[in-house]
Design a protein around this ligand. Sequence first.
Ligand code: PLP
Length: 234
Amino acid sequence: MTDIALTESLAQARERLHQALQKAGRPLNDATLLAVSKTKPAALIRQAWELGQREFGENYLQEALEKQVVLADLDDIVWHFIGPLQSNKTRSVAEHFDWMHSVDRLKIAKRLSEQRPPRLAPLNICLQVNISREASKSGVMPEDVMGLAREIAQLPHLCLRGLMAIPAPAKTLEAQREPLAALKQLLTSLQAALPQAPLDTLSMGMSDDLEAAVLEGATLVRLGTAIFGARGAA
Ligand SMILES: *Cc1c(COP(=O)(O)O)cnc(C)c1O
């Protein structure tokens, strides 16, 4: 991808988010663009940073750590881990990320809290919910979210911020909205049950369902392809 192409696609992504927010009757600063940079080189992340992008999402730990070394001079960059994580890999996330979106069991959360260096702010956490109830997908089942959230809210070095989901693909806007509305509903019940937790985050909306997600209240939209182009393409 050339500099010009990234300049254009990032501007288009921002415009798309603004239009979606406007259509939803929400303020233009009501949702944040998370640039999903998995499989993309550090140089491209740096270019996006130079264009003002600050939040980046990575799925593969080893790859992310290597890019973080190269980009260590970008001191206000915000790193989000959004991929599946084995429990023996928690330490690197606790030490090197600002956010973790894919927590779906207590064991992982406990380890992240224990391993979070005290000099760093608490690690921001989203619970990943298997909102479409797919057998093959990770994520906590909707009926188990409340119990897990109550336990995680007690952990000292974590800050429970909200919920994340990757719904099953759907063709129409209406069909896309259904699971996203269910996730929003779950967050609303969590907010009522845990008033002391800063539950302000709905991490939902990708390149194919951004508009539906913004209509349903997404606050952090995760765009990969729309910003950096297809993965695996030159
Ligand atoms: C890859 C990925 C994205 C970005 O997907 P696009 O369709 O390329 O926008 C968002 N969230 C998660 C969890 C991902 O793994």
